[in-house]
Design a protein around this ligand. Structure first.
Ligand SMILES: *[C@@H]1O[C@H](CO)[C@@H](O)[C@H](O)[C@H]1NC(C)=O
Ligand SMILES: *[C@@H]1O[C@H](CO)[C@@H](O)[C@H](O)[C@H]1NC(C)=O
Length: 534
């Protein structure tokens, strides 16, 4: 084990979407290599990418819970499935992603009504106590997982038809959700139903008041949202709520919260709009929330392809959308308010089978995390930890999908401070290699040795010529398979409580970094001498 000075660690996240062909390569391969056809055959040197790193200043500082995630409200459609949250395996996997927000919401939140009941059981539990609150016997867990896998088909069909029945949820659901988030060290964000409306079409907060009352009586520290995708209320419920009305609804919720000791200072986030063009919804709501929240998906799950998942133009739509959101939030009403991606994944409609749950989804996921941080977004909430569809972090058996492993590497390695990095390359379409630079997270790592071929990256430290080569570089490479391989080993839990080895590989001293095509890697530079990270 090799413990180094932490204050100067730097982290570089590199995604190679497409790598140019090396000499002797037989030619274009299936997939989206097409750019090589329009250019003369590149010489091997063309595969070099030069990076200009600015280590002198911090560009943005993201929230400590930058990488966060959601639980889709559909888990509560049948109360018994909430018991899956007591699974030791799920709790182990989730704890490893803290600190994080846990947003409970989604399309069904606007069809859910709270049925208050007796407040039961001990209050104000510590997180340890919350973990042991309900024991899920193995046979029940197996049975629930099986039923859950089948029930997902029904949920996906409902989503497809935007056909949601009214759904009552009890105190048990709230207790299970809160125990889970408390046990796993998460900050719970609960999405309230905005479709409970009066004849005059203003929000009816009576049911929310019952829920806040119950949660306060239980000592539940949490924050709130109101409505999911208000821009699609017409499609889902035949109701139109315009920006001004939604703004008044949020103000009403804020007033309601102020009547509760525990929620007077609590977070209120919104409006969870899924299209940046709905300016009025943002403008009217962002003024009275603590954080301006938007939703984001690249493609439709039923109508997409492998090429889309690797297409830099599609990845870049996120950048354009962030520009629009920041414009709305800065120019109209909420300058300086943090902006979050409050629900986001690769493909909407539950994800794309065979893509959203495969290694290839990682390009969208890591690029989104890198891009959002480089644009100063504070939090990115991944849809979803668990829920119906293909874009979850865990499968119906509660085993990790590839994006889970990338999330955990990101959580462990990537720090809050975002630095500037520019890429200079002969690739023409340089976007096919994506690079993000952060100060490393303050944790310690050990290293061992390994080598690689193909894309070469030269780093050049602007303004800090004296510190040319970092002393030690540790690489966390992942390889394209259905599963995620780290350092050539398929990542897989050892058992319900034990993680596989997630250590990187210490590279021999060299002036370039190498990256194979279609791969992602985190490079950790020790002793980089980055003033921005000290
Ligand atoms: C439990 O939480 C409630 C609500 O925050 C608070 O009023 C009460 O003092 C807490 N009790 C203990 C024992 O901490
Ligand atoms: C950006 O917005 C467009 C238009 O609203 C949408 O089609 C696209 O999916 C969005 N992309 C992302 C990544 O949010």
């Amino acid at each position: 084990p090799h413990v180094l000075r932490l204050s100067v660690m730097l982290l570089l996240l590199l995604l190679a979407l497409l790598s140019p062909r090396a000499a002797g390569d037989p030619g274009p391969r299936p997939g989206s290599w097409t750019w090589t056809r329009t250019r003369p055959r590149p010489s091997p040197r063309d595969s070099d990418v030069y990076l200009d790193l600015d280590l002198s200043s911090v560009r943005h500082r993201v929230d400590t819970r930058f990488l966060s995630f959601t639980i889709d409200a559909s888990l509560a459609e049948k109360e018994r499935f909430m018991a899956l949250l007591s699974s030791v395996k799920l709790q182990t996997l989730t704890k490893a992603l803290r600190p994080a927000f846990l947003r409970f919401g989604g399309s069904r939140q606007d069809f859910m009504e709270f049925q208050p009941g007796e407040s039961k059981g001990p209050r104000n539990l510590t997180s340890e106590e919350s973990c042991g609150l309900t024991l899920l016997p193995w046979w029940l867990e197996e049975q629930l997982k099986e039923e859950w896998a089948q029930f997902q088909e029904i949920l996906i069909k409902e989503d497809l038809e935007a056909d949601y029945g009214d759904l009552k949820f009890t105190a048990t659901t709230v207790d299970q959700l809160y125990s889970f988030s408390s046990c796993c060290g998460l900050d719970l964000v609960f999405g309230l139903n905005a479709l409970l409306r009066t004849k005059e079409n203003s929000w009816d907060g009576a049911n929310a008041a019952l829920l806040l009352e119950y949660c306060q009586a239980r000592g539940y520290r949490m924050s709130w949202e109101l409505g999911n995708e208000p821009n699609s209320f017409r499609k889902k419920a035949g109701v139109v709520v315009d920006g001004q009305q939604l703004g008044r609804d949020f103000a009403q919720l804020r007033e309601l919260m102020s009547r509760f000791e525990l929620y007077r200072q609590a977070g209120l986030y919104g409006p969870d709009v899924s299209q940046p063009r709905h300016r009025r919804l943002y403008c009217c709501v962002c003024v009275c929330v603590c954080v301006c929240v938007c939703l984001s998906y690249y493609v439709c799950g039923r109508d997409t392809s492998l090429n889309d998942f690797l297409n830099p133009d599609i990845l870049d739509t996120l950048n354009d959308n962030i520009t629009k959101i920041l414009e709305v939030s800065v120019k109209h009403g909420a300058p300086g308010k943090p902006v979050w991606l409050g629900e986001t994944s690769s493909a909407y409609g539950g994800g794309a089978p065979g893509l959203s749950n495969a290694f290839v989804a990682g390009f969208m996921w890591l690029d989104k995390l890198g891009l959002a941080a480089s644009r100063g977004l504070q939090v990115v909430m991944r849809q979803a930890l668990i829920g119906p569809g293909k874009y979850q972090l865990v499968d119906p058996n509660l085993d990790p999908f590839p994006d889970y492993w990338l999330s955990i590497l990101h959580k462990r390695l990537v720090g809050r401070r975002v630095l500037r990095v520019e890429m200079l390359s002969q690739l023409g379409q340089g976007e096919r290699v994506r690079v993000y630079l952060h100060c490393a997270s303050k944790r310690r790592y050990a290293a061992h040795t390994h080598t690689h071929t193909h894309t070469h990256t030269h780093t050049h430290h602007r303004k800090h010529q004296q510190t040319n080569s970092p002393q030690t570089v540790i690489k966390y490479p992942t390889c394209p398979r259905q599963n995620v391989m780290l350092n050539g080993v398929v990542l897989k839990m050892v058992d319900d409580r034990t993680f596989p080895d997630l250590r990187g590989t210490r590279l021999p001293p060299a002036d370039r970094l190498q990256l194979p095509p279609f791969s992602m890697a985190f490079f950790l530079f020790h002793e980089a001498g980055a003033p921005a990270c000290s």
